[in-house]
Design a protein around this ligand. Structure first.
Ligand code: SF4
Ligand code: SF4
Length: 188
């Protein structure tokens, strides 16, 4: 998927925070800023970052239909690219107090649902907890077909409220890295 020309991450570092990473050279828990990321600036080991990082961009970077204010740190929502080729889309809610219960988000969800995508929302837990992922495809079917924005918002509100009964679990990951050692050996 190609990136929108001229669109850059700017001060957003949300994918370096929310994603859990467990790969050769770097382990980090969910919802914890990577030890190599500078808040508001980005990766400080760019040349030796793992392939799991270098190959990843959220869909805001590649969808011109999304305006600038859908940048994840502004909207509070990351649209994940991971399963898009399987006609699945996951909206990771990093801050439910921003645009989660907005008509704009209901319209974005409707756009994907009408295009035939399965729709999941994923809520972040506390640092080090696995996120809660909910498949809303069947619940959204009728309100999306009827273009009933309030119906979509009701489904979203119910999903968020249902989290009070969710059993959060640890992701079992710590913060470990040998990327800096690799970086130093590249420079010498
Ligand atoms: S979440 Fe998207 S905009 Fe934010 S840093 Fe990652 S790729 Fe860039
Ligand atoms: S290695 Fe760099 S790109 Fe990867 S999570 Fe850490 S700061 Fe982000």
């Amino acid at each position: 998927m190609s990136l929108v020309e001229g669109r850059v991450c700017g001060g957003c570092v949300e994918c370096c925070r929310f994603i859990a990473i467990d790969t050769d050279g770097l382990q980090k828990p969910s919802n914890v800023l990577c030890t190599h990321c500078s808040e508001g600036v980005g990766c400080e080991v760019y040349s030796v970052r793992p392939s799991v990082c270098s190959g990843w961009h959220c869909l805001w970077r590649s969808m011109p239909q999304l305006s600038d204010d859908w940048r994840p740190d502004i909207s509070g929502i990351v649209i994940r690219p991971d399963d898009i080729d399987r006609n699945d889309v996951t909206f990771t809610i990093i801050d439910p107090l921003k645009r989660y219960l907005s008509e704009g988000f209901a319209q974005v969800i409707g756009m994907f649902a009408q295009a035939g995508y399965s729709v999941r929302v994923q809520f972040m837990g506390l640092p080090g907890q696995l996120p809660a992922t909910l498949d809303l495809t069947s619940q959204l079917k009728n309100p999306v077909q009827q273009r009933h924005l309030n119906g979509v918002l009701t489904v979203l509100a119910n999903a968020r409220d249902g989290l009070s009964a969710f059993s959060w679990r640890s992701d079992g990951l710590g913060m470990r890295s040998d990327l800096l050692a690799r970086s130093n050996s590249v420079e010498t």
